[in-house]
Write a protein that binds this ligand. Structure first.
Ligand code: CDP
Ligand code: MG
Length: 755
């Protein structure tokens, strides 16, 4: 009896330990899963997927589509023959965070049954059956495996976002599905066979997959199930594109949300957001706050300002936990948005528009919506692609306010007057109509799809008779008003302009085919065509080692940060602000190069590398990284961005090595690197005008050097730049001095000396 009792006690003790925590957590997860709206229709969804090869699933954010459906399908036997369920996301953040969540829900280690793959990071293995990935990554996988033969189901999630990659993927998947249904697995284009040694073959299992495809030639592949998921309630466009595919609606949970507007338009929406955060915190009941901002810079500046103001509040009111979330945040930091705050604390989540639908954050009761979003635009007539901050659409505003009412009644503070809401555009313009398509065209060409104009793009060419429209337009002026026609022509212009860009970069031949080796190499690199070109050319200029660093540093947002622009936001003295500015300038000066920002970025990276290496000699890896973060702070360097650049650097270095490029250094002589920049960025060249402004040579636009550039004051005669930012002026950022004669020498296809 006594021994029985002691066994019993031991069991209880055990259950009070980590095991008990584990079981409690699992139980909580199970309860949460069962309570999700999608759980009520699990059986029906499985039946619909079984009965329909293409299914459209529409459901409000938070209903459980992204996390649950793949698990239902897995348990429902859709991976039976070793097939993988692939789920695409437009955003890396969503792919990573959701995969982590689902692996936890399944009780497995991430990278085993559940994994993810995004550009520069692959956390999957041969046992992965539920694979989250970005839409762009699946497009790249199609280069190696055109039938996407390892997938039994592909779920295109967040299709309402209409990113250019999603749009292209939908067209491609339509063909893949037809091919697989017809049993013809031999659709391998000659181009694909050549992709066998491509860059995606980093893991053993990928090699196996490609060889499986080769062996499976002539063998019948199983049909592919295709599921399109969207948070927008209008499924018609997807249904029409897939020939009247069935759409199922998952009822969401939505509690009432009070919408509050400002009386007057706000001159500074960041100040308004900051004030509203504190107003809610001090005056409203419990519940977390979600603030929509446009990018990393805004998020970090609000984060700093809230932290600075907190100590001024009474001690009992200081319990605010500030959590940023944006695309380039390291993934372990991204997960913090899903964790409960310390007891008694209120979470304030500062997010970009990824929190509209891509990432479902629990606990939100208050939403602050300044009504702005950063988008990339493209003007085919000038070929420039600036990032601009624009007003959201009505659909986005509604999605944002909806986030406040998922778990109970909430409040949404729109930081603009009510009448402004009615003036907003109904929905966001699909990205394909407003972005540079050169990257996608390069990939389609590499896939063997040469007729880009005839490609099955969702919405336009399919439902649009070009010939009759052109005939009509010739006869009728009113045709010009036809929106569909204009949209179509805009898309065609964007395609033509992007092909011209690829041709000038040497990626396409006169016959519009992918050139060999340049075009083929460019298609293999997971970078913008100009960056890929820079790496390929650097091989010839013997400066690939340096160019890898420059490209990695250009690929991340804001390496340097300046003290917040408006000193008023410091709520402290002007003198202190001036002191901070001078400190940051001194810090930048120690890395700055008189040749421009590219070399400055190189110096900065190298200095950080040197610091880290020295630090590692005397302390552990962990301590050294901590020291590096401190060093970054002292030098006004964004340590998150630097870390991201370091990761990108090691990835692209692996990529170019696999491609057989020689990673050599130009040593202390920076001339080859500068010439190499001219030989690759020549489409972004500008000449100084007598009034001190610049004329961008390919677009004819008047531009100015951005104040953040080290060349802002020097103003050299001829420059190349990385990007054009349009605020009230056209600014060019990341600028380097070049000799204008290099343009005629290195890019004769674009520039000639006037006689
Ligand atoms: O895709 P959909 O918006 O329909 O919902 P979901 O992303 O599947 O999210 C379902 C639930 O999972 C929500 O209640 C989220 O709060 C939760 N979730 C989470 O706790 N952690 C994540 N990383 C992702 C989702
Ligand atoms: Mg989702």
């Amino acid at each position: 009896m006594a021994s029985n009792n002691s066994t019993h006690t031991a069991k209880i003790n055990q259950l009070n330990g980590p095991k008990a925590d584990f079981f409690a957590r699992r139980q909580k997860i199970e309860q949460h899963r069962k309570a999700l709206p999608i759980a009520a229709v699990q059986k029906r969804l499985l039946e619909e997927v079984s009965n329909n090869d293409i299914l459209i699933i529409v459901g409000e954010t938070g209903s459980g589509k992204t996390t649950q459906l793949p698990q239902y399908l897995f348990n429902g036997g859709f991976c039976r023959n070793g097939g993988i369920i692939g789920i695409t996301q437009p955003r890396r953040v969503a792919a990573v965070t959701v995969a982590k969540r689902v692996s936890e829900e399944c009780g497995v280690t991430l990278g085993q049954k559940v994994g993810y793959a995004i550009r520069f990071e692959d956390v999957t293995s041969s046992s992965t059956r539920i694979k989250y990935m970005t839409d762009g990554l699946l497009l790249r996988e199609a280069l190696l495996d055109p039938c996407l033969s390892k997938y039994s189901v592909i779920i295109v999630d967040e299709a309402h976002e209409r990113t250019v990659q999603t749009d292209v993927l939908l067209g491609l998947l339509k063909t893949v599905q037809k091919t697989r249904s017809s049993g013809a697995s031999d659709m391998v284009h000659s181009d694909h066979a050549k992709a066998d040694n491509g860059l995606l073959l980093e893991k053993e299992e990928d090699v196996q997959c490609t060889s499986t495809l080769k062996h499976s030639r002539g063998k019948k592949l199983s049909p592919l199930k295709l599921i399109i998921m969207s948070a927008s309630l209008d499924a018609q466009i997807f249904s029409e594109f897939f020939g009247g595919a069935k759409a199922v609606h998952v009822q969401g949970r939505q509690y009432p949300v009070d919408i509050l507007y400002t009386h007057q338009p706000e001159t500074d929406y960041l100040d308004a957001a900051l004030i509203t955060i504190f107003q809610i915190h001090l005056e409203e009941g419990p519940g977390d706050i979600l603030v929509f901002l446009t990018g990393q810079e805004e998020i970090e500046s609000i984060e700093r300002l809230v932290q600075e103001r907190l100590p001024k509040l009474p001690e009992s009111k200081r319990k605010l936990s500030i959590i940023p979330i944006f695309a380039s945040l390291p993934s372990e930091k991204q997960m913090k948005v899903f964790m409960p705050p310390p007891v008694g604390f209120r979470k304030v989540i500062l997010a970009t528009n990824i929190a509209e639908t891509s990432v479902t954050i629990p606990g939100i009761k208050y939403v602050i919506d300044p009504g702005m979003v950063k988008v990339r635009t493209y003007d085919p007539s000038t070929g420039i692609e600036p990032l601009i901050i624009v007003k959201t659409s009505k659909a986005q505003a509604l999605q944002r306010s909806g986030r406040a009412g998922r778990e109970g009644p909430g409040k949404c503070y729109r930081l603009y007057p009510e009448n402004e809401f009615y003036k907003l555009k109904d929905s966001t313009t699909p990205e394909i109509k407003r972005c540079n398509l050169s990257n996608v065209i390069l990939q389609l060409k590499a896939l063997g799809i040469d007729d880009i104009v005839g490609f099955d793009f969702i919405e336009e060419p399919d439902s649009f008779d070009l010939k009759s429209a052109t005939d009509r337009s010739a006869h009728s002026i009113s045709m010009v008003k036809d929106d569909k026609f204009l949209c179509y022509m805009k898309l065609m212009m964007a395609i033509i302009k992007s092909m011209e860009l690829l041709f000038l970069l040497g990626a396409l031949t006169d016959a519009s085919k992918l050139s060999d080796p340049v075009g083929r190499q460019m298609a293999k690199l997971p970078l913008d065509p100009i960056y890929s070109k820079a790496l390929i050319v650097a091989d010839q200029f013997n400066c690939l080692e340096e160019m890898l660093i420059v490209v990695a540093m250009l690929s991340v947002e804001s390496i340097f940060y300046a003290p917040v622009k408006s000193w008023k936001r410091y709520y402290c003295s002007l003198l202190f602000y001036i002191f901070m500015c001078s400190l940051s300038r001194t810090a930048l000066r120690s890395f700055s190069s008189s040749e421009g920002d590219h070399l400055t970025l190189l110096n900065t990276y190298r200095a950080s590398d040197e610091f880290l290496e020295k630090s590692k000699l005397v302390s552990s890896q962990e301590k050294a990284e901590k020291n590096l973060r401190k060093w970054c702070k002292e030098n006004f360097i964004n340590s998150r961005s630097l870390k991201h650049a370091r990761d990108i650097h090691s990835q692209i270095r692996k990529n170019v090595e696999q491609m057989g490029l020689r990673v050599t250094s130009c040593g202390d002589d920076m001339l080859p690197l500068r010439r190499c920049l001219a030989a690759s960025f020549f489409l972004n060249a500008a000449l100084k005008q007598p009034d001190g402004t610049y004329r961008a040579l390919s677009s004819g636009l008047t531009v100015q050097i951005h104040p953040s550039s080290v060349l802002f004051r020097t103003k050299p005669e001829c420059i190349i730049f990385d990007e054009l930012v349009r605020t009230n002026q056209n600014y060019v950022r990341n600028v380097s001095r070049i000799d204008y004669l290099w343009l005629t020498e290195l890019a004769p296809q674009c520039y000639a000396l006037q006689e």
